[in-house]
Design a protein around this ligand. Structure first.
Ligand code: 4AD
Ligand code: MG
Length: 478
């Protein structure tokens, strides 16, 4: 058994003179004497002081940035500035050498693009240490929030036959031989001979199955990977992302909005409380970056203030129709500065419009409701006006849409009509329709994009930097 002390604990330990063993990776090595060692347990390194005069040269040469070592020595109060404690090494062992010439991570600042190309090593940097700690804590907070409220965590399938969003952006799952696909009499690929005996794909959302759970368990949520084969090369889209989808029986759109706002505030507060060091580090990193920008482009709030602001204010709630009126009359629309000009009711909102509403007009998170049915999915509950549905999107500063959801259509006849209008085959979704036949009830739910949440809380600007191994068009490295 390997016994070691974690650096996180030692840094706040005042039992000076005790013997400790630390293991980690060398960040820097100065004057043949001082090693800054990290073991990933916290943002800070611990300083190791070597008695170099009594150490063989061959050993000292092997201590380079990136190598992994085990050090046993005495924990002592540090007289140097920058740390309270350090370790006077008595014994040092190289666990793994690091070829300093070839090691991509030199002790200097690297660009995020460079680190993305070295995603297998970027965990070793302070920035990614902080990002992935926060990601972990946010995931934990999500479970904590729902658990406290009595929701059941439900695992919905990753391989499915249905297209929950009806957008046709699915990855196929098949074991058919591409060079010799079985064909039907009419020449189409015969999926009856495929592994599942039918065409299957990776899920775009667990919602439809979560609805089945909610209509028996009352309150459920999913938290799993979802896949979209949309060709979006943006800083906010991934082909593989994680989504949190609660579904609640006996709930309407207002309940849904309240739940979503509570969830966001809870998990952001949780991160602030649990990840003070990490958020502080990322805040300073952003401030440093902003120094290179012209005054006008700098943000008014720093990262922590931005998070706090979100907690202290009620999200602005308005309808799509009201938002369109604001956008139509807005300066960037009048002056044709938007790429997509808003000239009438019915247009889908682009992220430039969403961000205008949030960042310029209301200057706080916004919940838009009651969108035109033409731009939303088949399952959303229709309003009396026959034109709009009980949809809600939550828009966040710097992000745009972070949550999409709705009250669901629980009336069988109206749902069937809408599916017919949208050419959605009923036989494939018979089980979804059954819910409306056997004890239907009003219900609602939403999907929170986990990476967009992590983007917001870390202040990072590219979604590829908040998931360990991003998947996007033409990239599935690592
Ligand atoms: O708005 P969306 O497509 O909604 C649904 O999938 C519903 N079935 C959810 C529900 O009601 N249960 O996606 C929900 C959220 C978006 O608001 C966004 O945050 C995130 O998922 N999202 C993506 N995140 C990263 N990359 C992508 N390609 C994303 N597409 C959606
Ligand atoms: Mg959406």
């Amino acid at each position: 058994m390997i016994k070691r002390n974690k650096i996180k604990n030692l840094l706040v330990d005042s039992e000076y003179g005790k013997k400790v063993t630390v293991m980690g990776w060398v960040k820097t090595f100065r004057n043949n004497r001082f090693v800054a060692l990290s073991d990933g347990s916290c943002m800070q390194n611990i300083q190791i002081v070597l008695d170099y005069e009594n150490l063989p040269d061959a050993l000292l040469k092997r201590i380079t940035t990136g190598c992994s070592i085990s050090v046993t020595g005495l924990l002592v109060q540090s007289i140097g500035k920058g740390q309270n404690v350090e370790i006077n090494a008595e014994n040092i062992e190289i666990l793994g050498d690091c070829d300093a010439e070839k090691f991509p991570l030199q002790p200097k600042k690297h660009s995020l693009e460079f680190l993305r190309e070295n995603a297998h090593l970027r965990f070793r940097t302070n920035t990614f240490n902080a990002v992935f700690k926060i990601r972990h804590v946010l995931g934990f907070a999500v479970h904590d929030f729902f658990n406290k409220r009595g929701f059941v965590y439900m695992h919905t399938p990753i391989v499915t036959a249905s297209d929950a969003e009806g957008a046709g952006e699915m990855f196929k799952v098949t074991t058919l031989d591409f060079d010799n696909t079985p064909r039907t009499d009419t020449g189409e690929v015969n999926f009856k001979e495929d592994f599942f005996g039918r065409a299957a794909n990776l899920t775009v959302s667990g919602q439809l199955e979560a609805e089945l759970g909610a209509m028996a368990l009352g309150e459920v949520y999913t938290f799993g990977p979802t896949f979209r084969a949309e060709n979006s090369n943006t800083t906010r889209h991934l082909a593989e992302f994680w989504m949190i989808e609660p579904e609640v029986a006996f709930a309407d759109l207002e309940d849904n909005m309240n739940l979503a706002e509570d969830l966001l505030k809870y998990v952001i507060q949780y991160a602030i409380t649990q990840c003070g060091d990490e958020i502080d580090f990322l805040k300073n990193r952003l401030l440093e970056e902003e120094k290179n920008k012209p005054q006008a482009e700098r943000s008014e709030l720093d990262l922590l203030q931005k998070l706090q602001f979100c907690l202290d204010n009620n999200f602005e709630r308005l309808t799509y129709t009201e938002a369109i009126d604001i956008l139509k009359a807005s300066k960037p629309n009048q002056k044709k500065q938007f790429k997509y000009i808003i000239d009438g009711w019915g247009a889908d909102l682009q992220s430039e419009h969403e961000r205008f509403l949030v960042e310029k007009h209301f200057k706080k998170p916004v919940i838009l409701t009651d969108y035109p049915k033409e731009i939303k999915s088949f399952y959303m509950r229709q309003n009396e006006d026959g034109k709009t549905v009980r949809a809600m999107d939550i828009l966040f500063p710097g992000i745009g849409e972070i949550i999409g959801g709705s009250q669901r259509e629980e009336r069988l006849d109206i749902l069937i009509n809408r599916m017919n209008e949208m050419n959605i085959p009923q036989d494939e979704l018979y089980w979804y329709l059954d819910l409306r036949k056997f004890g239907t009830a009003p219900h609602a739910g939403f999907g929170l994009g986990f990476e967009r949440l992590v983007l917001f809380v870390t202040g990072m600007t590219n979604i590829r930097d908040v998931i360990p191994f991003p998947r996007f068009p033409k990239n599935a490295e690592f």
